[in-house]
Write a protein of this length. Structure first.
Length: 144
């Protein structure tokens, strides 16, 4: 699970590849009523935290590049409550990757200061929230 069922071992850009794995999950979650979607997303994020924590121990390395469950979870936060269209998925993917790489406050702090799986998932959670805020503005203000 930590490696996105193996996609985290991609030789180039495993985080980007892992984010792609999150797209089908989004399509499934977006079909749920929003309260159930939120509960499921919270549960998945908690699972990602646990799995990433165990994977760090297994791989013997902090936030090993092959651990991509954090990207899968982070993308879900970017796309939460966003209407499922191809354009929204593409924009959400780009925004999430942008914020995951940039690591605006508090993402870098989460990554650097939180222990184990919490730090692995925390920065992607923050990037996902940043992505969601921008995507909400784009969809609501600009009608995209």
């Amino acid at each position: 699970m930590a490696t996105g069922f193996g996609i985290g071992f991609a030789p180039l850009a495993p985080g980007t590849a892992g984010t792609l794995v999150g797209i089908p999950l989004y399509w499934a979650l977006a079909a749920m009523p929003w309260p159930l979607w939120l509960i499921t997303l919270l549960a998945f994020t908690a699972l990602a935290w646990y799995v990433a924590d165990q994977a760090e121990r297994l791989f013997g390395r902090k936030d090993a590049p092959c651990i991509v469950i954090d990207e899968i979870a982070g993308l879900q936060w970017t796309l939460f409550l966003i209407t499922p269209t191809a354009l929204h998925v593409v924009l959400g993917f780009i925004l999430f990757r942008f914020f995951d790489i940039l690591k605006p406050f508090p993402a870098r702090r989460f990554q650097d200061r939180l222990p184990g799986g919490l730090g692995v998932v925390g920065d992607d959670f923050a990037a996902g929230i940043w992505g969601n805020l921008v995507l909400q503005i784009l969809t609501r203000s600009w009608g995209i």
